[in-house]
Design a protein around this ligand. Sequence first.
Ligand code: COA
Length: 153
Amino acid sequence: MDIRIYKLTDKNLAPFELMLLADPSREMIEEYLVKGTCFVVENDNEDVIGCYVLKSNSPVEVEIMNIAVAERYQGKGVGKQMLEHANNYAKQSGYQQIVIATANSSMYQLYLYQKIGFEMLRIERDFFVNHYSDKIEENGIPTKHKVVLGKDL
Ligand code: COA
């Protein structure tokens, strides 16, 4: 599938419904969207089918705060291409490390990120218990801990 990835200049056009797939908290999304840079993915028909947000944590470290692909386009390699794009953009911008966080229960994400070279850095225990009011689970596993993965650029 042919896709085009570009930086969104008007943050008011950020695809919230996609970002909510990756993060159920609209409040948190709004917070990192202000500080970060949003990239969107368009298909041949100019439909927005994916997005990711990059935020600088320090002069050397950048974080992928949100990455999402519309449900009907998942599993077709779009996520992988966005992660490669983020990697290249961060490297060209002079960062030395790129990080991404997910949940202990996000088995597919943990698989995908490690497959393309991210390694586990640390676990923030009970992050989801403390920051999200609803009890959540995925793949039959309670969503409790935040797993931070990183890759040297
Ligand atoms: N289960 C297991 N593996 C799967 C899969 C599934 N349901 N769907 C795809 N894969 C595999 C692909 O086969 C591919 O592996 P391969 O290289 O060995 O063939 C690999 O995962 C990459 O898949 P890709 O198609 O690039 O991923 P994607 O376009 O679906 O994007 C996400 C990945 C996570 C961004 C996307 O699924 C998504 O938006 N999920 C909901 C939001 C979310 O959870 N965001 C991340 C928050 S941390």
